[in-house]
Design a protein. Sequence first.
Length: 197
Amino acid sequence: MQDLNTFRLIERISNLLRSEERKKYAAIGLQPVHVQVLDYLATCNRFSDTPASVADYLGLTKGTVSQSLQVLERKGYIEKCQDKLDGRVVHLALSPAGTQLLNDVKPLDIFEQAQEAVSSKKFTSIEASLSAMLAELQKANNAKSFGVCHSCVNFVRLQENYLCNLTQLQLSQFDAKKICREHVLAEDNVVPPKQAD
């Protein structure tokens, strides 16, 4: 179960970062894939600077990569040149404008802020560190946490059952272990409810 929770945390962090990327890149007329291509080209060596290598690295189709490269070339962010020994091979490189753009848009500000907020803390597991990172990213992005009910500030333990202080409705053990749109993390209330007999 812990592996599944870790996977879900990574997936949620990825979704938040992609959402922030889409907003940031749309403002400059690009898609996240375009910046991913630029980032790859900034880090690959001369044996890996081909369209096929971009497709392999990003796990994209050749068609998607081809369209992305056309956009980037048209905007002046990349340059193409044919291989001197094999004219069928095309090499790609960042133009000065592409390098400048990459420096301007990476890394995401909210990721840096979240990383600073959690870097001084010590965590007992990767799940705890990812949970803290996710919480910071959600705060920075003004996103709803969709956390597990039993970790919410509105979760109240009664003698035999639970109560949502926000809705004033009783909660079952089943409800208490599910995620909620209205969740607000309660730092001191993260112990899961007892298992049903």
